[in-house]
Design a protein around this ligand. Sequence first.
Ligand code: NAG
Ligand code: NAG
Ligand code: NAG
Ligand code: NAG
Length: 228
Amino acid sequence: MYLLMLILLTVLAITTTSDIAPCVKIHIISARQSNSWPGEGRMGELSAAIIQKVPNADSEALDYPAYGDLWRYRGSVLAGDTAMVHAISAYIFRCPDSKIVLLGYSQGAHIIGDTLCGSIVELGFAQSAPINDTLGSKIIAAVSMGDPSFFAGLSYNNGTNKVNSGWFARRNNTVCAKYDAARVSYCDVGDKFCASGYRFWVHRKYMWRYKDVALQFVLARINGSKAG
Ligand SMILES: *[C@@H]1O[C@H](CO)[C@@H](O)[C@H](O)[C@H]1NC(C)=O
Ligand SMILES: *[C@@H]1O[C@H](CO)[C@@H](O)[C@H](O)[C@H]1NC(C)=O
Ligand SMILES: *[C@@H]1O[C@H](CO)[C@@H](O)[C@H](O)[C@H]1NC(C)=O
Ligand SMILES: *[C@@H]1O[C@H](CO)[C@@H](O)[C@H](O)[C@H]1NC(C)=O
């Protein structure tokens, strides 16, 4: 009887502790693209590459609907904005010495923009405040690909599209300018969503085209922060 109890307790202890991963120095949060299966989506490739190079890193997938159809897009973005703040604050509450890397593809990139800048209320999106400075200071890098809220001319933009903005152009970037050095946003000519173009396949190619430079960017940011 006593032995059985001991075994039971041990099993319980193992299952409860294995639920919570130990704190790591670099915690990646990936927000997947619209209409993709739950998980990290296309950004999973970049997060795996970062984890391979950084000894003390792990990743989590943002838990949000990622609806791509226009009538549910706004609600999905709002759910993502809320989930993102919760994910960041929960992690930092538990692991105050860790740093956060945000990765977002398409709708996931829109959510990164909202997290840093606040939602685009002038285009009818529900109000969501920018993250506060305490949590914001923990974000050492943010990579966006094919962002529908892409706005041409920003300092951290990258990719071949220099002149066209996305479907939901984020015109006011005043509050989030303090994060510019931590960000990069890839958008190529012809992309339907970030460049208001007509070539649908462009939107799917960012990981193939920019994974290596994005990886180098994130590694340099981690290196510079002395967090790695
Ligand atoms: C920042 O936001 C988090 C999450 O919403 C909250 O717990 C924390 O108290 C806020 N910190 C400050 C200084 O406002
Ligand atoms: C941009 O946003 C900031 C903060 O929300 C606000 O104070 C400012 O008036 C806005 N600027 C424009 C041109 O809308
Ligand atoms: C941005 O684009 C340039 C080429 O125009 C490239 O050399 C640079 O590495 C890119 N930066 C990032 C962070 O991808
Ligand atoms: C990290 O920093 C060291 C020392 O400054 C430098 O030699 C190294 O090339 C850097 N690595 C990356 C990936 O930036």
